[in-house]
Design a protein around this ligand. Structure first.
Ligand SMILES: [Zn+2]
Length: 222
């Protein structure tokens, strides 16, 4: 099947179905030519994966209430069905991506490449966990981009609700980061660094005991 075929010719009903097909493509599960450093990167990603369960609506996380429903049946008995997640979130698997440690031209330290599903890190930064965490947010936001915005918004709201009691000047930080001039500048550097990205980066800073701004700024806290 060629990527140049139209959605209809390729048998996809819509853009979302096509994106899910390529996201869950199992060919990437059989990766070859993996170096020791590639494996080290992969192990770090798995080590940090628990921190990203909220971006997958896993039971017990701050986002899970957005899937739960409280409905009564005809007899007044409360039933609690759960909304069904789309396959890209429900079947999310870190095996769906390539992990590569390769030299990059400074100032680039790492990147998540949407076009070929790869997370690449420069060997000089393989021990900089904040760099890997930063790119993992890009990976998860990439999956969310396949779906309607309400998944993104549910996570954004849940993180805001959770962090506002933990970070005194959260609103000021969000207003500064969300300013269109700031967003335009960041967009030129590449990658989506929206408010969900900012909040998730603060959540990771707190989990890692980093000064606020470390994950967002690749180690440069403000
Ligand atoms: Zn980035």
């Amino acid at each position: 099947m060629s990527r140049s075929l139209s959605n209809k010719d390729a048998g996809f009903r819509n853009k979302q179905e096509r994106a899910e097909y390529f996201l869950l493509d199992e060919r990437r599960l059989r990766q070859t030519k993996v170096t020791d450093l590639d494996r080290k990167l992969w192990e770090k990603v798995i080590q940090f994966s628990d921190f990203f369960e909220d971006m997958l609506f896993t039971p017990g996380t701050i986002t899970y209430p957005f899937l739960e429903c409280k409905i009564s049946d005809d007899n007044g008995n409360e039933i609690a069905p759960t909304a069904v997640l789309p396959v890209g979130l429900h079947n999310f698997n870190y095996n769906s991506f390539y992990y590569r440690v390769r030299e990059m031209t400074p100032p680039y330290m790492a990147c998540f490449n949407k076009a070929n599903y790869s997370l690449k890190v420069d060997p000089r930064h393989i021990d900089d966990d904040y760099v890997i965490l930063h790119e993992m947010i890009h990976m998860h936001e990439f999956v969310l981009e396949i779906y309607p915005t309400y998944y993104h918004d549910a996570i954004l709201y849940s993180l805001y609700h959770d962090l506002r009691s933990k970070i005194e000047d959260l609103d000021r930080r969000m207003e500064r980061q969300g300013h269109i001039v700031m967003q335009e500048e960041l967009a030129q550097f590449g990658g989506v660094h929206d408010l969900l990205f900012l909040l998730k980066s603060f959540d990771l800073d707190l989990r890692m005991n980093y000064p606020l701004g470390t994950v967002f700024g690749y180690g440069m806290a403000d």
